[in-house]
Write a protein that binds this ligand. Structure first.
Ligand code: KIV
Length: 299
C-alpha cells in the first residue's frame, strides 16, 4: 500500500483533498449539510403530530424549487399524464414515462423524500412484473419509495414489493386508475358500507407493510377515523384536515390548470397568467423591434 510520510495511505489523501474541495458534500465546518428525509422522519412526524407536506413534481426545475422551499416529500405522480401530457386521465401513462420523469425529479431534489407512482398496468397483471417495475423506479428513476393504488385487492402485491426492501405507499379512496369502475372522479366512502370497506383497505395496506397511505376524495370524518386507526402516516388529498399530511398536484396549486380545479384545491399562485403575460410581452417586443436591445447583442 502507498503511504505518505505522515503515515496516511494514498486513498485517505485523495479522499481528504476531494472533500476539502467539495464543501457541499463534506459539510465544511459551519456549512449546513442538507440531510435527505427518510421513512424514519415520516414516522417520527406522525408520532409527534407534525404535519407532513407533499407535492407532485414531474421535472427538474419544479422539483428543485419545491425542494429548496423545504417540502418533506415529492411525489412523481402518474397525474403527469393529465397535467403535463394533456391526457384525459392517468391510464395512458407508461413505466418508461414514469422512469423518465422520476429521474428528472431525482436530479433536482437534495433533501425531500421521493415517491414514484407505479402506473396503470405496471403492477395489476402479476406480482413478478410489479416487483420488477417497482425496482425500476428505484434503480433507474432514483425514487426512495413507490406508490400504488388499491386496498385489500393489492395487499399481496404490496407485501411482495416490501419484501424486496422497497418502501411502499398505499393509495385508497378515489383512485384515478379506477376511473371507469367508479364512473368518474367521485368522492368515495359516503355510504356506511363503502366506508367500512375503506377502513378495511387501510388496515390491509398497513398489514401488508406499506409505510404510508394516501387517502384521496373521501369524507373528512372517515379520513380522521382511518388516521386514528392506523399506525402509518396518512396523506390526504380531498380528505380533510385531520390526515397526518397533505398532498396536492403542483400544477393545481400554482394555477397552471385552468380547465378544471377540484373543490379540494387551493390556488397559491396564478402561473398561467404570469406565463401568458410574459409570452405576450416577448411577442410584442419582438414585433416592435424592442427586443433584442443592445445589452442582448454582441459587439
Ligand atoms: O398521481 C398523483 O398525482 C397522485 C396524487 C394526486 C395523490 O396520485
Amino acid at each position: 500500500m502507498l503511504t505518505s510520510r505522515a503515515g496516511m495511505c494514498l486513498s485517505d489523501l485523495i479522499r481528504g483533498a476531494f472533500f476539502s474541495l467539495c464543501p457541499i458534500i463534506a459539510g465544511r465546518r459551519g456549512a449546513k449539510v442538507q440531510k435527505r428525509k427518510t421513512i424514519l422522519d415520516l414516522q417520527r412526524m406522525k408520532a409527534e403530530g407534525e404535519k407532513i407536506t407533499v407535492l407532485t413534481a414531474y421535472d427538474y426545475p419544479f422539483a428543485r424549487l419545491m425542494d429548496q422551499a423545504g417540502i418533506d416529500m415529492v411525489l412523481v405522480g402518474d397525474s403527469v399524464g393529465v397535467v403535463v401530457a394533456g391526457y384525459d386521465n392517468t391510464l395512458p401513462v407508461t413505466m418508461d414515462e414514469m422512469v423518465y420523469h422520476t429521474r428528472a425529479v431525482a436530479r433536482g431534489v437534495q433533501q425531500a423524500f421521493i415517491i414514484a407512482d407505479l402506473p396503470f398496468l405496471s403492477y395489476q397483471v402479476d406480482v413478478v412484473e410489479a416487483r420488477r417495475n417497482a425496482g425500476r423506479l428505484m434503480q433507474e428513476g432514483g425514487a426512495q419509495a413507490v406508490k400504488l393504488e388499491g386496498g385489500c385487492n393489492v395487499a399481496t402485491t404490496i407485501r411482495a414489493i416490501v419484501d424486496m426492501d422497497i418502501p411502499v405507499v398505499g393509495h385508497i379512496g378515489l383512485t384515478p386508475q379506477s376511473i371507469h369502475r367508479m364512473g368518474g372522479y367521485r368522492v368515495q366512502g359516503k355510504q356506511a358500507e363503502q366506508a367500512q370497506q375503506l377502513l378495511a383497505d387501510a388496515h390491509a395496506v398497513e398489514e401488508a407493510g406499506a409505510f404510508a397511505l394516501v387517502m384521496e376524495g373521501i369524507p373528512a370524518t372517515l379520513a380522521a377515523e382511518i388516521t386514528a386507526a392506523v399506525g402509518i402516516p396518512t396523506i390526504g388529498i380531498g380528505a380533510g384536515v385531520d390526515c397526518d399530511g397533505q398532498v396536492l398536484v403542483i400544477h393545481d396549486i400554482l394555477g397552471l390548470c385552468e380547465k378544471f380545479s377540484p373543490k379540494f384545491v387551493k390556488r397559491y399562485a396564478d402561473l398561467a397568467g404570469t406565463i401568458r403575460g410574459g409570452v405576450e410581452d416577448y411577442i410584442r417586443e419582438v414585433r416592435n423591434g424592442e427586443f433584442p436591445g443592445p445589452e442582448h447583442s454582441f459587439k
